[in-house]
Design a protein around this ligand. Structure first.
Ligand code: SAM
Ligand code: SF4
Length: 482
């Protein structure tokens, strides 16, 4: 069978639909209606957001269209407050592992696109994966996202083998405890196989929610050309009982205001179909320059840093219980700013070339990268900086290993669970990092942060248990969690 016909039968389910849940005209009508909201309009939305209730599209449209300096500052302050209340000052760390850059698709913005003949392509063997993972573990990573192009070489059985391999690697005190996936949309049967090998979050970014732009940027003779196959990828994941799903848009392809509305409609759709369970995470990468990929140097809808900040805050206010991921595509100063506006996960020490961990000490491998990184600092540097931002770095993987995902996760997220479980688990996993991987400088700053967070539990039931676990870690035990 021709590879591009792989899902031909599966597509029929979507071809026969009259409409999907993204109504381009309606989104623009809502944005146009609120072209110039008053301070009072904005403040009334903020009052609802303060109660940590997911906003409705018209409310989000009001925040998107707000151009008033005072109330934009109020949006930022509330986004920061909600983040701290819901996530408890934790920043969760991960790093991507690029497994293959072979791709049959031809997305105009991506360095892996099939028509990019300047790429020296590679799919890692299981032995090569083991080497990469060892390096990641020895740098202190506990969570990864595995990234694949879409090609016959990286079929579901191969991808499952790579997940098993990643989980099997041990090095000294460490191992990868959570492997998320970022790959092409899959069928329900394929997704069920992923469920069996215990993946973390299954991520698929829609790239752009705008139908005509999607069609223009993704050639129609490729699998990726099918908008609805992608749009319903996370529904199929949920059908296959993968209830931790991550969505996102690639900012720069179309008007950012429309994309934020698209993400919100996607969230509402999942909540409606799957018992109130929306996305576990939302990503909002901006296009970065990719080797020999002209579109990526001059995307049509460049998002300024100011608008980027605004869109992060709006996402935080609109979907309060969803994790927000800001990747190392962004420069350190931008990352610093958006962390305080609601970001809960970041990657650090990332190498984005296939085989990148083994090959580069610095970070840049232009002929092998999908795009170039904005933040090339080491994990240790970023961890240390996080400590100085009133936050605690976390490498926690407890929830998904304890089955607290999907509907269960939402139930927990909305209670005092974060304070009683997530913060102690952040303390334990950060302590592990300090004991096993941190530089002297980071240890010094980090131990102060640990002491500060432990102190917050004084007088509470869990206090003694936290102290006991810290002792056990110092005595050589690992992977302790509540
Ligand atoms: N091939 C799979 C797919 O397209 O869904 C998954 C891997 S792809 C490498 C992961 C994501 O990288 C894409 O969904 C896209 O949003 C992002 N991406 C592609 N080109 C990019 C660029 N030039 N700059 C920043 N991000 C990019
Ligand atoms: Fe392939 Fe994904 Fe890049 Fe598109 S974005 S060319 S599907 S790797």
């Amino acid at each position: 069978m021709n590879f591009l016909e792989k899902y031909k039968k599966d597509f029929e389910e979507y071809d026969s639909m009259d409409n999907d849940f993204i109504d381009d005209d309606k989104i623009w009508a809502q944005l146009d209606k609120w072209e110039n909201p008053s301070k009072a309009d904005v403040r009334s939305v903020l009052r609802k957001a303060e109660q940590k209730i997911r906003l409705e599209p018209e409310e989000t449209a009001i925040l998107i269209q707000n151009k008033d300096k005072d109330t934009i500052e109020e949006m930022y302050a509330l986004a920061n407050k909600l983040k701290r209340e819901i996530y408890g000052d934790r920043i969760v760390f991960f790093a991507p592992l690029y497994i293959s850059d072979k791709c049959a698709n031809d997305c105009v913005y991506c360095g892996f696109r099939s028509s990019n003949h300047n790429m020296d392509r590679k799919t890692l063997s299981l032995d090569e994966i083991e080497k990469e993972v060892k390096i990641m573990i020895d740098e202190g990573q506990k969570r990864t996202v595995l990234v694949y192009g879409e090609s016959p070489e990286t079929n579901i059985d191969y991808m499952c083998e790579t997940v098993k391999k990643v989980y099997s690697v041990k090095s000294k005190h460490g191992e990868i405890r959570r492997a998320n996936i970022n790959c092409a949309p899959l069928s329900r049967e394929e997704l069920a196989k992923f469920k069996k090998v215990g993946i973390g979050t299954f991520q698929v970014f829609q790239e752009t929610y705008h139908h005509a732009t999607y069609r223009k940027l993704h050639p129609q003779n490729t699998i990726k050309g099918n908008y609805r196959w992608r749009l319903y990828a996370l529904d199929r994941a949920q059908d296959a009982k993968l209830d931790d799903v991550g969505m996102g848009a690639l900012f720069g392809l179309y008007d950012w205001r429309f994309e934020v509305m698209g993400i919100l409609y996607h969230t509402i759709h999942l909540e409606k179909e799957f018992n109130g369970v929306g996305p576990h995470t939302i990503s909002f990468p901006r296009i970065e320059p990719a080797t020999n990929t002209p579109y990526s140097y001059h995307p049509e809808h460049v998002v300024s840093d100011e608008d980027f900040k605004k869109l992060v805050a709006i996402l935080r206010l609109s979907v309060p219980y969803t994790g927000l991921i800001c990747t190392a595509r962004e420069k350190p100063e931008v990352r610093r700013q958006v962390i305080s506006l609601g970001v809960s996960q970041i990657d650090a020490g990332s190498r984005i070339g296939v085989g990148g961990y083994g090959k580069s000490m610095g970070n840049q491998l232009p002929d092998k990268e999908q795009f170039s990184l904005g933040d090339t600092r080491t994990l240790d540097d970023v961890v240390r900086e996080t400590c100085s931002m009133d936050s605690i770095p976390s490498f926690c993987t407890a929830c998904y290993r304890a089955g607290r995902t999907g509907e269960n996760f939402m139930r927990y997220a909305k209670s005092s669970f974060v304070h009683n479980f997530c913060v102690p688990n952040a303390i334990f996993t950060f302590k592990e990092y300090l004991l096993d991987y941190a530089s002297e400088e980071t240890k010094k700053v980090g131990e102060k942060v640990v002491a500060d967070y432990v102190n917050r539990f004084k007088g509470e039931k869990v206090y003694d248990k936290i102290l006991e676990n810290l002792k056990r870690l110092e005595n050589g035990e690992r992977d302790l969690r509540f």
